[in-house]
Design a protein around this ligand. Structure first.
Ligand code: SF4
Ligand code: SF4
Length: 621
């Protein structure tokens, strides 16, 4: 399960110092024999114990009397992190921060950082809108979602269709990441649904109304551990999914290039690949294997999305470097999707305050680390796309795939790599806000009109589009108006493909935890999990309340470890685990080519000139 890092508080009781010590043990072992079983490797934190004051933490340390005087932005419902009681939540402003506070009659106050930039919060909030839920919800009861988030399944209150459906095909994994509690540990039951059970899930998703799920993410554990992974993809394709992505470490593909080819032929279009940093320290999970995975993906023509989980003090100093890495491999890397960490489970407050980072926090660091090339003003919230979507719906009269998640859940921008190595964010030559307002006016004008009239308005609108594009600033290698026009008129993946070949999408997706929980967000969630019992669950109920949803259902469909062993003759837990040969990997041509010859785009004079850290010659010690 590599698209998120949900930190299990229970595994973190010993805090930062232990992480450092653990990291050092691994380094010594690596020095001795260069063969590392990477189970339980922990990244080192960048701040030491001596640090006692951090201005970022100030909003946590005020008195309740002081906090209650802060200006309220809005009221919501949330949960007590201790007992999960649904309680009132207040989202309020504290200087530059947006915070959430809540009070449980039994467990007292909880104060948490919600967004680390008030101005950006208010800007993104403008694009909030309700999408379409389900005409055929799975779970209908007398509550009608009033007990949200405990009426899930989906219920009739939910306000977004399934944008991305996650299907877990195994909980076995070849790694044992220290923060993860998705994979089956030794002796635990194995969850590996049969093809028949998976078919049921796929067709259930495809039968959603009015918009059938169209994008599928096959996940785990490590999904390539499933012996029938290729067959599973074939079945998903047959069920009618247009886009199928595999959420993977990429390690098994690096070891077995022919598997990548088979997966591509079966229908996988994208590898959604964990990548927590360019350096070995920040990314002990797959730093060494990624160069081979990139090469294998190139040959198989599978696009890659790098998925870094961002933890303050752990890898937040490498955000610019990761974007630079993507630019160096932009022939195959389509996107970097940063995921600020979700701190699931009870966690000591000191550690939580230190490691918490929100979308604007990461955006500000990217601005610093890219010399201002990708600045705070270059980002837009995900539901911004809704304006474009509404225009397409009004034009065609058909429901379109929507992106109606809450504005605080996701943000993104496109950056273009021009022929002279200049990096140009899309917002530098497109007036994005003006364009959406312009489209909204066209949508209003089309309201109640017949097909021909709508078409005439659309043509007029598309002709007027050019005024939002500054040709003098657009990348020399593209004609953006032409590209956009064909995107609107054809609206197909071939056009999207052309667009992506010249750009890298930089995204942010912040999943919730008990501290930040806001039902205004979860009721709009469009990233869902589908289960064999027919339930479809928002990401942030599935993972934040595992005892209510994920674990309960998976348990019903799991096989006890002993029984698994009896029915799978050759299987042992130890055999599932991956052992890395660092020396061999570092000597490989792919490794030297990938890390040894990187251009530092942000150090080039054309992009501002100050170097991003160079990790090419870094030692793992
Ligand atoms: S242990 Fe496996 S499933 Fe869990 S995060 Fe690591 S790679 Fe993903
Ligand atoms: S999260 Fe959605 S499906 Fe779940 S209870 Fe709330 S509105 Fe209903």
């Amino acid at each position: 399960m590599d698209d998120i890092k949900l930190m299990n508080a229970a595994s973190m009781q010993n805090e930062v110092q232990i992480e450092i010590e653990k990291g050092m043990e691994v380094s010594e072992e690596a020095d001795q024999n260069l063969i590392v079983n990477i189970n339980n490797v922990r990244p080192e934190t960048s701040y030491g114990e001596s640090e006692t004051y951090d201005p970022l933490l100030a909003p946590y340390h005020r008195s309740i009397e002081e906090i209650e005087k802060m200006p309220t932005i809005e009221q919501t419902k949330t949960v007590c992190p201790e007992c999960k009681l649904i309680v009132d939540g207040t989202i309020y402003r504290d200087g530059d921060n947006v915070m959430i506070r809540k009070h449980c009659p039994e467990h007292g106050w909880t104060i948490e950082k919600y967004w680390e930039d008030y101005d950006m919060y208010m800007k993104m909030r403008r694009y909030n809108y309700y999408g379409r839920g389900f005409d055929n919800p799975n779970y209908i009861n007398e509550n009608k979602g009033a007990n949200c988030p405990f009426d899930c399944g989906m219920c009739e209150r939910h306000k977004s269709h399934t944008g991305l459906a996650n299907v877990v095909v195994t909980n076995r994994c070849h790694l044992s990441c220290w923060y993860c509690f998705f994979y089956a540990k030794e002796g635990e039951a194995i969850y590996e649904p049969s093809i028949a059970e998976l078919d049921k899930i796929f067709y259930n998703l495809r039968n959603q109304k009015p918009i059938p799920a169209n994008a599928l993410q096959i996940t785990g554990g490590e999904p390539t551990m499933h012996p029938k992974i290729v067959e599973i993809i074939e079945h998903a394709k047959k069920a009618g999914f247009d886009q199928i992505q595999l959420n993977t470490t990429g390690i098994n593909l690096a070891l077995n290039p022919s598997l990548a080819m088979k997966l591509r032929h079966a229908g996988v279009s994208t590898l959604y690949m964990s990548y927590d940093g360019v350096s070995k320290r920040a990314n002990p999970k797959n730093h060494w294997e990624v160069p081979k995975t990139l090469e294998v993906a190139r040959k198989a023509n599978i696009g890659i999305v790098l998925v870094p989980t961002v933890i303050r003090t752990v890898n937040d100093h490498e955000l610019g470097a990761m974007i630079n890495f993507a630019l160096n491999n932009s022939d195959i890397v389509r996107a970097v999707n940063f995921q600020p960490v979700s701190l699931v489970g009870r966690m000591p407050s000191r550690l939580r305050e230190k490691q918490r980072i929100s979308i604007p926090g990461a955006i500000k660091l990217i601005e610093e680390q890219t010399n201002g090339v990708i600045s705070k003003s270059d980002w837009f919230s995900v539901p911004y796309i809704g304006g474009i979507n509404k225009f397409l719906e009004a034009l065609t009269g058909e429901y379109k795939y929507d992106m109606s998640i809450h504005f605080a859940c996701g943000a993104g921008t496109y950056i273009f790599l021009d022929s002279d190595n200049k990096i140009i964010p899309i917002t530098r030559f497109v007036d994005a806000a003006g364009m959406v307002e312009y489209l909204q006016r066209a949508v209003d004008e089309m309201e109640g009109k017949g097909r021909l009239e709508r078409k005439a308005i659309a043509v007029k609108t598309l002709v007027g589009f050019r005024k939002f594009i500054d040709k003098s600033k657009q990348p020399k290698s593209i004609n953006f108006s032409k590209l956009l026009l064909s995107l609107f008129t054809k609206h197909d993946f071939a056009t999207m493909g052309k667009f992506q070949m010249k750009s890298v999408f930089i995204g942010m997706m912040h999943f919730q935890d008990e501290y930040t929980y806001d039902i205004h967000r979860v009721e709009k969630c469009d990233i869902h999990y589908a289960m064999p019992d027919g339930e479809v669950l928002p990401f942030c109920t599935f993972n934040v309340f595992p005892e209510v949803y994920r674990d309960k259902v998976q348990k019903q469909y799991s096989i006890p470890s002993r029984e698994w062993q009896q029915t799978h003759n050759e299987w042992t837990y130890a055999k599932d685990k991956y052992t890395r040969n660092i020396k061999e990997l570092e000597a490989s041509e792919e490794y030297r080519k990938t890390y040894g010859k990187m251009i530092d785009y942000f150090a080039l004079p054309v992009n501002g000139g100050k170097p991003v850290a160079n990790f090419a010659n870094e030692k793992f010690s």
